[in-house]
Write a protein that binds this ligand. Structure first.
Ligand code: HEM
Length: 329
C-alpha cells in the first residue's frame, strides 16, 4: 500500500513540476485562451477553424497563442500583425512544422512551400528565384501565354455566336492547366496523362488533403496509425504524381534536341547535371519542386481569375474601364 502511495505522490509531483515549467515557458508567449492538458486548444476548433480563430482573436488580441496538440501556434489576425509575421520577422517564422501531406507528396518536405528552415531551404529558394521565377524566365513564356489565351477567346467567341452555354470555370481551369504544364513541363498534357480522374479532381484532392485537419500534424507519433484514413489517400496521390513526374523527367532525358526556350524541367536537369547546386539535388528534389509549381500555380490562378471575372460581371463600369485600358496595349 505504501508503495502505491509513493508512486501516486511521485506521479503527481512530476505532473506539478511539468505544469510549473510550462507556466514559466508560457509567460513568453502572447495571450490566448485556456487550453486542455493534451489537446491544447484543438477542442475549440470546429468545421470552420478560421472563423473560430477569428472569434477567439477578438477576445485575446491580434497576436494570439494557441496550442494545437503538440504544436505551439501563433495566430496573426490583423493587417499589422500579418505584416510583422510575413515581412518584418519572416526569418523567425520561415520554418515549417511537420506536415504529413508534404511528407508523402513532396518527398519528405523537400518542396519549397514546406521545406524546413536551414541550408536546403536557403539554397532551393535561391535556385528557384534565380533560375525559375526570374522576370526573364517568366517573360520567355509570354508568347505561349498569349497563344493559349487567344485560343480560348476564339473558342468562346464562336460559342457565343452559336449561343452555346459554356462552363467558364472549367475552361479557366483547363487554360491554366495548359499554361502551367507548358511553362513547367514544356508541353500540354491531357487529363488522362495524369490519372483517369483528371487534373482538376487530383489537384483539388491535393489541396483538400493538404489543408484538412490531420491528427498526424498535431501529434506526429499518431501519423503512422492513420486514424482518419488520410495517409492512405496521400500515398495513393503520391503514387499518381510520382509516376507522372518520372515519365516527364524520362521524356526530357531522352529528348536530345537543343531547346531555345527551356522549361522548368530542362532548367533543373541542367543544374542537377552540372553540379552547380553545391547541395544534394537529385530527382527527388526536382520532383518535389515540380509538384509545388504545378499545385501552387494551378488552383491559385484559376480561382483568382474566376473571382476577377465574377466581380467584373457584377461591376459593368469597371469592366468598361478595363476594356479601355486593354485596347491601349
Ligand atoms: C493569382 C495567382 C497566385 C496567387 C494568389 C498565389 C498566392 C500565393 C501565396 C499567398 C503564397 C504563400 C506566400 C507565403 O507563405 O509567404 C504563395 C506561395 C508560392 N507560390 Fe503562389 N500564387 C499564385 C500563383 C503562382 C504561380 C503561377 C506559381 C508558379 C509558377 C506560384 C508558385 C508559388 C510558390 C513556389 C510558392 C512558395 C513560395 C515560398 O514558400 O517561398 N504561385 N503563392
Amino acid at each position: 500500500m505504501t508503495f502505491i502511495w509513493a508512486i501516486v505522490v511521485v506521479a503527481l509531483s512530476v505532473y506539478a513540476l511539468y505544469e510549473l515549467l510550462n507556466i514559466q515557458k508560457r509567460k513568453r508567449y502572447p495571450p490566448g485562451p485556456t487550453g486542455l492538458p493534451i489537446l491544447g486548444h484543438l477542442h475549440l476548433l470546429g468545421k470552420n477553424p478560421h472563423k473560430d480563430l477569428q472569434k477567439l482573436a477578438k477576445k485575446h488580441g491580434p497576436i494570439m497563442y494557441v496550442q494545437l496538440g503538440l504544436v505551439p501556434t501563433i495566430v496573426a489576425s490583423s493587417v499589422d500583425a500579418a505584416e510583422k509575421v510575413l515581412k518584418t520577422y519572416d526569418h523567425i517564422f520561415a520554418n515549417r512544422p511537420h506536415h504529413e501531406a508534404s511528407q508523402h507528396l513532396a518527398y519528405g518536405q523537400k518542396n519549397l512551400v514546406f521545406a524546413k528552415y536551414g541550408v536546403y531551404w536557403r539554397n532551393i529558394r535561391k535556385l528557384c528565384t534565380v533560375h525559375l521565377l526570374s522576370n526573364q524566365k517568366i517573360h520567355s513564356f509570354q508568347s505561349m501565354r498569349k497563344q493559349e489565351v487567344e485560343l480560348l477567346i476564339q473558342s468562346l467567341k464562336k460559342e457565343a455566336r452559336d449561343r452555346v452555354v459554356v462552363d467558364l470555370s472549367a475552361r479557366i481551369l483547363s487554360l491554366n492547366a495548359n499554361l502551367t504544364c507548358s511553362m513547367v513541363f514544356g508541353k500540354k498534357y491531357v487529363d488522362e496523362d495524369l490519372d483517369k480522374r483528371g487534373f482538376k479532381a487530383i489537384v483539388q484532392d491535393v489541396v483538400h488533403l493538404s489543408a484538412a485537419p490531420n491528427l498526424g500534424d498535431f501529434f506526429p507519433f499518431l501519423g503512422a496509425i492513420d486514424l482518419q484514413g488520410i495517409t492512405r489517400k496521400l500515398k495513393d496521390l503520391s503514387k499518381v504524381f510520382d509516376e507522372f513526374l518520372e515519365k516527364i523527367i524520362d521524356e526530357h532525358v531522352h529528348a536530345h534536341e537543343q531547346k531555345q526556350n527551356k522549361d522548368f524541367v530542362d532548367t533543373m536537369m541542367d543544374i542537377m547535371q552540372s553540379g552547380e547546386a553545391k547541395f544534394q539535388f537529385d530527382r527527388r528534389h526536382i520532383k518535389a519542386i515540380l509538384f509545388d509549381m504545378l499545385i501552387a500555380a494551378m488552383d491559385t490562378t484559376a480561382s483568382s481569375t474566376e473571382w476577377i471575372l465574377t466581380e467584373l460581371l457584377r461591376h459593368p463600369q469597371v469592366t468598361k474601364k478595363l476594356q479601355k485600358e486593354c485596347k491601349k496595349w
